[in-house]
Design a binder for this molecule. Structure first.
Ligand SMILES: Nc1ncnc2c1ncn2[C@@H]1O[C@H](COP(=O)(O)OP(=O)(O)OP(=O)(O)O)[C@@H](O)[C@H]1O
Ligand SMILES: [Mg+2]
Length: 531
């Protein structure tokens, strides 16, 4: 009995003891809850706050007593995410625990704070639902930062999507991360899939082995940060592909559809060819009168001589048939006839030369450059243009004996030399005082062949030296110049031959144009001569 009482007293003491210690624990927990900027809360079954810790005031500015008896939905701002909210309501309906729900809380002063809450249902011992308890914290700064990131990301996406170029990003291991729609569409036309995780090589592979090789070559350059190469889509469209390393070692890829640009380039190139061709024809047209004149002179004396030979032959045959009966002086005829024959042959030779030169000059160029004797070419050009300069100037040629054949489109080089010679003649004529001199010299300078055309004409005024190569720049009266000669010559020398065309001029004393052509065009680095 005693023992039973003792036991009862002891257990009562234990019970009190336990009660005290539980109470202490609760106080400690409460102290912890109260000290936090996060806060703890409890609601009744109607989700009305029955208790909130004071942290709520520190982070939201709402005092606990402003919340007690009211539901958090009384404070939810309009802008709270509808989807998140309906998820939460479903959870509450099911009496499920919930977590990570963020809603926008409107303080009485109108300021909106973002609050993240999580909670668990509280059930009585008999299982009836009594409410929820949980935590809340202010995540306004985090949400705002997230929003900023989202806005920045959306702007980036919008910008990238608005590019007409295909844009894609690959990570440092070369795997696809993201792209815009233009890239996906281009990749599809190429027969490649630009899906997540695919390697850049896989996406380029459908362009074929030569494109892959071009890509490899571009990246093989030591320390390469970027690569650029070209590819064609099966439908014939042309792409340029630019790849660039990003700061973190990934690769940004830009695919540009350059079909129209390439088309325009081809159209321009063919227009340029046509322009050159028509300038050549123009030049020939101008030359035609002079050439006719050049042929006319020898033709005339060949004709005179042949007529003389006809009468001489009649006289001589009479003298041979009946010696001593004729009136003519046989001795005179015997000395004159060979002269007339020589002169006729000379004339015919001259005509042959002119005709050959015209033929050579107007002969269309082959597609490929071929080694040409520039000295012969210059002589040809001087022959066909003789009538343009012979009244105003002498021409002197100083040909370097060691000049090797030069790989070129010789017809186009003829055209350039003709332009320079005609310009020289015009400049001498414009100066007007006395007969001038045009000197054409050649030189081998290392890997370069050089042709210099200099004259004793007006020279180029200092303010015009920078403009004479411009298309349509001319100082000549209409009908005498269209201003295309030097611009076309420059295109021929620089663009088509990888050479240079330079000018040196002393106003009042003359001008000197220098054509430089590479002897090994494949390896040549074009360099400008002094202008
Ligand atoms: N040897 C030169 N001496 C002085 N000025 C020159 C000489 N060569 C060219 N120029 C100047 O450069 C201008 C442009 O020459 P370019 O050959 O391009 O055109 P153009 O001779 O006027 O006309 P085109 O050659 O089309 O008939 C000339 O009008 C002239 O003013
Ligand atoms: Mg000219």
């Amino acid at each position: 009995m005693e023992t039973a009482t003792a036991t009862a007293i002891a257990s009562q003491r234990d019970y009190k003891e336990e009660g005290r210690s539980r109470f202490a624990t609760l106080r400690r927990i409460e102290a912890i809850l109260e000290s936090s900027n996060d806060w703890a809360w409890e609601t009744d079954a109607q989700f009305r706050f029955t208790w909130v810790s004071s942290g709520v005031a520190r982070s939201t500015g709402l005092r606990p007593e402003e919340l007690i008896g009211r539901s958090r939905f009384d404070f939810a701002a309009e802008s709270t995410d509808r989807d998140r909210l309906s998820d939460l309501l479903a959870d509450l309906d099911q009496r499920n625990p919930f977590d990570g729900f963020v809603y926008r809380l409107r303080r009485p002063d109108g300021v909106i704070r973002h609050v993240e809450i999580g909670g668990v249902p509280i059930l009585a011992l008999d299982g009836t639902f009594q409410g929820y308890a949980g935590f809340g914290k202010d995540v306004t700064e985090r949400e705002k930062a997230e929003q900023r990131v989202q806005i920045a990301q959306r702007r980036m996406t919008d910008a990238v999507e608005s590019l007409s170029e295909g844009f894609a990003l690959f990570d440092p291991t070369g795997r696809f991360v993201m792209s815009n729609r233009a890239f996906v569409a281009l990749a599809q036309s190429a027969g490649a899939k630009a899906g997540f995780g695919r390697r850049i090589e896989e996406i380029v592979a459908p362009f074929g082995a030569s494109v892959l090789a071009a890509r490899m070559r571009a990246w093989e350059v030591p320390d390469a940060r970027a690569a650029a190469y070209e590819a064609a889509l099966p439908d014939g469209r042309a792409l340029t592909i630019a790849e660039r390393r990003t700061g973190e070692g990934g690769i940004v890829v830009i695919w540009t559809d350059v079909t129209d640009i390439r088309k325009a380039e081809r159209a321009r190139a063919s227009l340029e060819t046509e322009l050159r061709q028509s300038q050549k024809l123009d030049a020939l047209g101008t030359l035609a009168g002079g050439i006719a004149h050049e042929i006319n002179t020898p033709t005339q004396y060949v004709g005179d001589n042949v007529r003389f030979l006809k009468t001489a032959f009649a006289d001589l045959s009479a003298a041979v048939r009946a010696p001593g009966t004729g009136s003519s002086d046989v001795e005179f005829l015997l000395s004159e006839v060979p002269l007339a024959i020589d002169q006729s042959l000379d004339g015919v030779e001259r005509i042959r030369q002119i005709v050959a030169a015209v033929k050579e000059f107007s002969y269309p160029d082959a597609k490929e450059k071929s080694p040409a004797d520039l000295h012969a070419a210059i002589n040809t050009t001087l022959t066909v243009s003789r009538n343009q300069w012979k009244y105003v100037a002498d021409v002197e040629t100083r040909f370097a004996p060691d000049l090797p054949p030069v790989p070129c489109h010789v017809g186009e080089i003829n055209q350039v030399v003709l332009n320079l010679v005609v310009n020289a003649a015009h400049a001498i004529e414009a100066k007007g005082d006395e007969r001038g001199l045009i000197t054409i010299s050649t030189r081998k300078d290392g890997d370069w062949a050089e042709i210099t055309v200099s004259d004793t004409g007006t020279g180029v005024a200092a303010e015009n030296t920078g403009r004479v190569f411009d298309p349509f720049f001319t100082t000549k009266p209409p009908g005498k110049g269209t201003g295309q000669g030097l611009s076309i010559s420059r295109t021929i020398v620089v663009k088509k031959h990888g050479g240079s065309l330079g000018l040196r001029s002393e106003p009042g004393r003359g001008a000197e144009f220098t054509i430089r052509l590479p002897l090994n065009p494949a390896s040549a680095q074009p360099k400008e001569t002094a202008t």
